[in-house]
Design a protein around this ligand. Structure first.
Ligand SMILES: NC(=O)c1ccc[n+]([C@@H]2O[C@H](COP(=O)([O-])OP(=O)(O)OC[C@H]3O[C@@H](n4cnc5c(N)ncnc54)[C@H](O)[C@@H]3O)[C@@H](O)[C@H]2O)c1
Length: 467
């Protein structure tokens, strides 16, 4: 058999296989079969770049590096030309990785704006309480922006940013990465095509996974609703956004219950100590042992700015566990974020949604059930099954990616295209459509604290168009 015959026979077999499997794994396989690049199949409005979009990164931490890495993988689409980062270690690492000269490396974010505009766009990936000022300054200076979520910790600041976007006319995206994952895009397409009929209700669960919870919201940077933002905003504004996107109607009323039930001093095991490194008697049986998570399992080490030489890792991790919050006992922290909460939403079109955020689970991956008048869907971010009520026909879609459903890179890709084409409509999570999800999350927190039902009232000027 010639090489050509061999390739043709493989193509034929694969075509039969793809057709036989129906919707399963469809988009990628079909795109490849027809020789299409994945992104063009997904978004035909993308065009080839004649020059890369030049970007300044503010905050070269965990998220900032994820976005900036895109420039290394796709230098034809994006180039990082400057950075602002207060940690000297991170700044130096980033400078080396992106080959920046000293003049392009700033310590404080505001130094960037002492110079007239020198790039196309700015990515803002600083901590939650440091989004508003850089966003306003960047927009004022004429940059397009990408702003990490949550946009800002208060309703007033969210609206300030929105006003500035409208006033300057710049392109402004929010990092609602789930909107860009193939999984949620497929769900949205099915809903928009009317395959489920009218959406009656949604059940949506966000399983944080218990180690992730302990790392970020008990020991970590977001453990305090005061110094960071309430968890329902910090973590679940993704979910208030996705639910609203799927229902495609404004939220009217919000109600929330939730509390911190487990990660408190009264649950500290007998013999436990301030730090896991203090000869804690419960260490060997504790599910949250920092020695186990960071030292033995080597998980979630990105918070430690690890040395390049792996030979030093164990000593370095141990020193971090003895001196930073990541070595402290999860039952003796100054944390206040709830470890479980439920939010009920009533939409203006009469649909309802029940959302629950759960820390005490062994898995990640949002679970979503959509109940429509003509059919339903249940899914877990790796696969979903659609059932038609009349025909009883079931169709399943499958794709395994990461905790963000592969949304990180796709968000950047769409954002770069929006800037390159100067067309904000190419971006699914613009600031205009993101404010509502933040207001809903803030209303949920108010409801949780005051036992109220909160009404969301959006002025006509802020009401996003149906998506
Ligand atoms: N989109 C998502 O799914 C997602 C996921 C996790 C975190 N986040 C959000 O992303 C943002 C960043 O989170 P992270 O995990 O990368 O945090 P991080 O702490 O790793 O990174 C923030 C960086 O900003 C730097 N910084 C602080 N003050 C600065 C200043 N004045 N000037 C310049 N740099 C400064 C810090 O030194 C740090 O390196 C947060 O708002 C967080 O809530 C979003």
């Amino acid at each position: 058999m010639s090489l050509r015959q061999f390739i043709l026979s493989r193509k034929l077999l694969r075509s039969i296989n793809v057709l036989a499997n129906g919707i399963q794994g469809r988009w990628k396989d079909v795109a490849e079969l027809f020789g299409l690049r994945e992104d063009v199949f997904e978004n035909p409005s993308h065009i080839p770049f004649k020059r890369p979009v030049s970007v300044i990164l503010i905050g070269a931490g965990h998220r900032g590096n994820i976005y900036a890495d895109y420039a290394l993988q796709h230098p034809d689409e994006m180039t990082i030309i400057a950075v602002a980062e207060i940690s000297e270690t991170r700044l130096k690492k980033f400078q080396k990785k992106h080959r920046l000269n000293n003049e392009s490396c700033f310590t404080f974010w505001n130094e960037v704006f002492n110079i007239p505009k020198f790039a196309d766009a700015v990515v803002i990936a600083t901590p939650d309480h440091l989004h508003t000022e850089p966003a306003l300054a960047a927009l004022e200076a004429g940059y397009d922006i990408l702003l990490e979520k949550p946009m800002a910790p208060t309703e007033r600041e969210c609206r300030l940013i929105l006003e500035k976007v409208k006033q300057t006319g710049r392109i402004a995206g929010v990092c609602h990465v789930l909107r860009y994952s193939p999984y949620f895009r497929e769900l949205k397409e099915i809903v928009n095509k009317g395959l489920l009929g009218d959406i009656i209700s949604i059940q949506h669960m966000e399983p944080i996974e218990q180690i992730h919870m302990s790392h970020s919201y008990v020991r970590g940077k977001w453990r305090s609703s005061q110094t960071a933002t309430p968890i329902v905003l910090a973590k679940s504004c993704h979910d208030t956004d996705i639910i609203r996107w799927l229902v495609n109607s404004q939220v009217k009323d919000v109600h929330c219950f939730g509390n911190l039930k487990w990660f408190t001093t009264k649950n500290a095991p007998e013999g436990s100590t301030e730090r896991c490194t203090d000869n804690c008697k419960a260490e060997s049986t504790c599910a949250y042992s920092a020695l186990q998570i960071y030292l033995r399992d080597k998980k979630r080490l990105y918070v430690f700015d690890m040395p390049d030489d792996r030979d030093y890792w164990d000593d370095y991790i141990l020193s971090q566990l003895k001196t930073t919050d990541y070595g402290r006992c999860v039952y003796r922290m100054d944390n206040d974020q709830p470890d479980h909460l439920t939010v009920n939403l009533l939409f203006r079109n009469g649909a309802t949604a029940a959302f629950s955020m759960e820390a005490h689970v062994s898995y990640e991956g949002r679970r979503t059930r959509i109940m429509g008048s003509a059919g339903d869907i249940y899914g877990n971010m790796e696969n979903f099954t659609v059932t038609n009520f009349k025909t009883r026909k079931q169709t399943t879609w499958k794709m395994k990616t990461d905790a963000h459903g592969g949304g990180d890179n796709r968000l950047i890709k769409d954002w770069l295209q929006a800037i390159y084409q100067q067309d904000g409509s190419l971006l699914s999570s613009s600031i205009e459509v993101s404010v509502e999800s933040h207001l809903v999350a803030l209303a949920a927190e108010k409801s949780r604290l005051t036992r109220s039902i909160e009404e969301i009232i959006l002025p006509e000027s802020e009401s996003p168009k149906p998506e």
